[in-house]
Design a protein around this ligand. Structure first.
Ligand code: HEM
Length: 438
């Protein structure tokens, strides 16, 4: 069956057969696209027959954005069985509680790709993600037993600027979907972490669940898209942090205190009426790989560290407060009249309420640690992941202020940068990002 025929229209067929057509009978449909990967796929198949959401660790909203997550953390195996819904208004992995493990896969479509390539890919991935998030091994999963441990799995898909160069794409190209402007004062971007045509974010509370989902999604895509990079991150394991306290990053700072809350701050993250249908309920993602220099941070005394941030290292409380969630007093001055929270401290430069309040966004960062090498004791930092409805009005002003002046810049260096559009959630019978193609 030719992909793209009327019988493939949304809702006209169940996801199973449609996917089977693509995987097993779709050689004709893949004409000219490098079929080695599909042959491999078939062979493998034959052989094997939220409150305060993001960083605070408290429960946030689900992928639907309407109800509490299904994360059950008590009872034997409960954490492993925790499921988050695939179908809903929004994709998961955005406003819900960040799981302990995450991986970001940057892919480029094969050179010959057109809109139908994208459609085929998202048809396969939609079925894969729906199955994996519900604890079932998708078709051609040769280790379906591994899918049973969902561990709060979320799989979030995004499209980069390159997708809009494909012929047959009908959706208006969002003006903001392009690389961030250069920030020469801080950036030392490496080509290997460049923006890609597609991103897949996979998060779960078990690293094995993440690895299995990654394998399934990549092998199913191998004739249609090529991997460019894989960035792995982690946070504290579930249950190891005091409830309500944010995670620590590798500088030892309490990180994630001030963040929008699901339910209360939805318009901060989700695009609404003015967005095209495939983005209405979607968002934008900025992924910055920021190296953190542990060797020079080690040499900084506690006064310099806290001055640079504007919060205490021990509890994450603002320098004018006692506990993490105290509101910073920006007017407070010390004995010689200097602001207690320094003018160039990270929190003062990044906080929105000093600058009109529009520039808020959701941070969902993960730590990365590639370990030591013969050249350096550490290669570590933050996978800084930000979600916002309006990248230009919310994220960019903050990033510009930080690039201009932020004491923390002395120890941090952005080495990767990418921007993606995150389509809205999927309704049953639909393919993710429908509306992008003809
Ligand atoms: C390695 C790089 C970074 C580190 C280690 C870091 C660390 C932190 C820490 C510890 C806090 C205070 C606690 C909190 O509210 O989360 C904070 C706050 C914040 N950071 Fe960063 N950050 C980094 C990069 C960035 C970047 C690139 C941006 C934006 C472009 C950003 C935006 C913010 C914002 C908006 C806040 C909250 C400010 C407030 O309203 O109080 N950070 N960061």
């Amino acid at each position: 069956m030719a992909v793209g025929s009327a019988s493939d229209a949304p809702g006209s067929r169940s996801p199973g057969p449609r996917r089977r057509d693509l995987l097993a009978g779709g050689v004709g449909a893949l004409g000219g696209l490098g079929l080695g990967g599909l042959a491999g796929h078939q062979a493998a198949h034959a052989e094997g027959s939220p409150a305060r959401p993001a960083s605070s660790g408290a429960t946030g909203a689900t992928g639907t954005g309407t109800s509490a997550t299904a994360d059950a953390t008590t009872g034997p195996g409960a954490l492993g069985r925790a499921r988050r819904p695939f179908y809903g208004t929004h994709q998961g992995g955005v406003f819900d509680r960040p799981q302990a493990h995450g991986v970001w896969l940057g892919l480029d479509l094969v050179e010959e790709a057109d809109a139908s390539t994208l459609r085929r890919l998202f048809t396969i991935w939609t079925d894969d993600a729906a199955a994996l998030m519900s604890g079932r091994g998708p078709l051609a999963d040769t280790e379906p037993e591994m899918a049973a441990v969902t561990a709060g799995l979320t799989i979030t898909f995004g499209v980069g600027p390159g997708v809009f160069d494909l012929t047959g794409i009908t959706a208006d190209r969002p003006g903001w979907l392009r690389p961030l402007p250069a920030f020469p004062s801080i950036d030392q971007l490496e080509e290997r972490w460049r923006g890609t045509d597609l991103v897949v974010q996979i998060c779960a509370d078990s690293p094995l669940t993440v690895a299995h989902a990654q394998w399934v999604l990549l092998k199913d895509a191998r004739s249609l898209a090529r991997i460019v990079w894989c960035q792995k991150g982690f946070r504290e394991a579930v249950g190891t942090e005091v409830p309500g306290r944010s995670m620590r990053n590798l500088f030892g700072q309490v990180d994630g205190t001030v963040n929008p809350a699901a339910g209360q701050d939805d318009p901060v993250v989700w695009m609404c009426a003015s967005a095209p249908d495939w983005l209405r309920g979607g968002t934008s993602m900025v992924l910055r790989r920021i190296a953190m220099n542990l060797s020079t941070w080690e040499q900084a005394d506690s006064v310099s560290r806290e001055l640079a941030l504007g919060r205490t290292q021990a509890t994450g409380a603002p320098l004018t407060g006692q506990v993490e969630h105290d509101v910073p007093d920006l007017q407070a001055t010390d004995a010689i009249g200097l602001p207690v929270i320094d003018t160039f401290s990270h929190v003062r430069r990044s906080m929105p309420h000093e600058h009109g309040g529009v520039d808020r966004f959701l941070r969902r960062p993960y730590t990365y640690d590639e370990g030591p090498s013969a050249h350096a004791l550490s290669d570590a930092g933050l996978l800084f992941v930000a979600f916002q409805a309006d990248l230009e009005r919310q994220f960019l002003p903050v990033q510009r202020r930080l690039a201009e002046a932020d004491r923390l810049n002395a120890w941090t260096t952005p080495v990767g940068s990418a921007v993606y559009a995150i389509p809205r959630g999927v309704r049953e019978g639909e393919v993710l990002a429908e509306g992008l193609w003809r």
